[in-house]
Structure formats: structure tokens, C-alpha cells
Design a protein around this ligand. Structure first.
Ligand SMILES: O=P(O)(O)O[C@H]1[C@H](O)[C@@H](O)[C@H](O)[C@H](O)[C@@H]1O
Ligand SMILES: [Mg+2]
Ligand SMILES: [Mg+2]
Length: 284
């Protein structure tokens, strides 16, 4: 039977590759930085250009589809996931890396129908690694199948996490307290690639056992979540419940045992959800 979404997935791979070329060119010539919510929440013209490129090209081919894009939401678009086919886009995952030429930068495209992930593309454009997954069809890197690590012992694991862009002291204290608990289990190592999507692809590749973060956004994790689950991994909320992509909290792990070990050590908190409507402005 033919795959209903094959055409869309082929387009996602092609446009992610083209976007990656644009990112690589910009890395050589144009990394002018602007800020969003704070002095450490960075955006560049390239983030905006890539998001526009992806949205315009998809709109031409699939006019009825909807979008959730990081830079469109920053510009005031809503962040609602409905049953309509929706492309969830992070044009540059790892903007701070991009600005500093730290070599992990990804273009991330997730595709959801009826709120279920159908396919995913994460292009780690400086490593030239194209990660893909199709629901029920497995996960791949440059066409090679991916499989999570079979490690069951957290003490023999590497855990990835990030510090995010929240510098609120209470949140930073919780982040450090969780990190301290996990380091002192002890685990064999803690790593940060600087991008949620690549951290999760490292889980899918079996290089790290788990990744967790509080403060991510839906566009950071929408694509890589399917890549992790299709590689045999699990997704969990930091309190141990089912993951909710709008909640800005995630554990992506090779198996439940490792994920549950992390749940015990993480001091959780709840950032403002991505699907919270913006405050109403009264024009009297
Ligand atoms: O803003 P971009 O798209 O570069 O993405 C984010 C990363 O992916 C996070 O894991 C990470 O912790 C950062 O906060 C960063 O916001
Ligand atoms: Mg991102
Ligand atoms: Mg981004």
C-alpha cells in the first residue's frame, strides 16, 4: 500500500537539506545577532530566512496544511496543535551554537496529523547527518537504521541535558540541583550538544542513554521525539507521566528503567506552556 505522507516526507527532506546549505553559507558570511525575550535568547536573520523558506515551499505544495514555527510564534502567531496536518518547524535548533560557530546546528521539521507524529526530519547540517523517521517505519541517519543503547544501568550511562535560556535564579537552582543529583548517582558523563534535537538524535543513535530538559519548546522536540521512539526509545515527562509536547518538559531515554532513574533525581518545575494564549490587550 502506498504511503499517504511519502510525498510530504520527501519534500521535508529536500527542504531541510536546502535549509542546511543556507545555514552553512550564512555561517561563513552572516551571523548578525538579535535578541528575543532576553539578552541570551538569540535569533538571527538566518533563523527567519530558513523558516520562511520552509513555510513558503510547503504552502505551495500543501496549501491546506498548518504550521507552528519558532520564529512565527515569536512574531505573534498562535501555537495551537489541531487535528489538521501541521508542520512544526525549528529553522535553526542551536542558534547560540550557530552564532558562535559551535559545530552542532540542526534544521528540525516534525509533521503531525490528528496530533500524532507521522514523520520527522532533523538535519544536523554541519555534520551532514540527515536523521529521519516515519511512524511505524523506523528511524535512520543518512539511510542507516538507528537503535538506542541497550544499557539498563544508569551508573554506566551518559546523560545529555541543557541549561536553556532561563536565568531566573530559582529555575537555575533547580537545574543545578537536578544535575548534581544525576552526576552523583554517579553517571559516567553528562553532555550538552547545545541543541535539543541533536541531543535526542544522540539518544536515538545509542551514543547517550538519555536526554532531559525543562524549558524546551514544542519546535525543539516535535521531530526528534519520533526519531527517538522509532529507534526503540521512550519519552516521558520529568515527573514520570506521559510526555506532553506543549509542557516544555521532556525526558527522552533508551528505556523506561533509565528514564525512571532520572525522574527520581530531577527537581521539576513548570515553565509557561507553549499553548498558553497571549494575554488579551484591551483597546478602550
Ligand atoms: O532556540 P534554539 O532553537 O536554538 O533551541 C534551544 C535548544 O534546542 C535547547 O535545548 C536549549 O536549551 C536552548 O534553550 C535553545 O533555545
Ligand atoms: Mg530550538
Ligand atoms: Mg531555533
Amino acid at each position: 500500500m502506498s504511503d499517504l505522507w511519502q510525498n510530504a516526507m520527501d519534500h521535508a527532506v529536500a527542504i531541510a537539506r536546502k535549509s542546511g546549505e543556507l545555514v552553512r553559507e550564512a555561517l561563513r558570511d552572516d551571523r548578525k545577532v538579535m535578541t528575543k525575550s532576553s539578552s541570551i535568547d538569540l535569533v538571527t536573520k538566518t533563523d527567519q530566512k530558513v523558516e520562511q523558506l520552509i513555510i513558503q515551499s510547503v504552502r505551495e505544495k500543501f496549501p491546506s496544511h498548518r504550521f507552528i514555527g519558532e520564529e512565527s510564534v515569536a512574531a505573534g502567531e498562535t501555537c495551537d496543535l489541531t487535528d489538521t496536518p501541521t508542520w512544526i518547524i525549528d529553522p535553526i535548533d542551536g542558534t547560540t551554537n550557530f552564532v558562535h560557530a559551535f559545530p552542532f546546528v540542526a534544521v528540525s521539521i516534525g509533521f503531525y496529523v490528528n496530533k500524532q507524529s507521522e514523520f520527522a526530519v532533523v538535519f544536523s547540517c554541519l555534520e551532514d547527518k540527515m536523521f529521519t523517521a516515519r511512524r511505524g517505519g523506523g528511524a535512520f541517519c543518512n539511510g542507516e537504521p538507528l537503535q538506542v543503547s541497550d544499557q539498563e544501568d544508569v551508573r554506566q550511562s551518559i546523560i545529555a541535558t541543557e541549561f536553556g535560556s532561563n536565568r531566573d535564579v530559582e529555575a537555575v537552582d533547580k537545574i543545578f540541583s537536578s544535575l548534581r543529583n544525576i552526576l552523583c548517582l554517579p553517571v559516567q558523563g553528562v553532555r550538552s550538544a547545545g541543541t535539543a534535537a541533536i541531543n535526542m538524535c544522540l539518544v536515538a543513535s545509542g551514543c547517550v542513554e538519555a536526554y532531559y530538559e525543562i524549558g524546551v519548546h514544542v519546535w525543539d522536540v516535535a521531530a526528534a521525539s519520533l526519531i527517538v521512539s522509532e529507534a526503540g526509545g521512550v519519552l516521558m515527562d520529568v515527573d514520570g507521566g506521559a510526555v506532553d509536547l506543549m509542557s516544555r518538559r521532556i525526558i527522552a531515554a533508551n528505556n523506561r528503567t533509565i528514564a525512571e532513574n532520572l525522574v527520581k533525581e530531577i527537581e521539576s518545575f513548570s515553565p509557561t506552556r507553549d499553548d498558553t494564549p497571549p494575554p488579551q490587550v484591551n483597546h478602550y
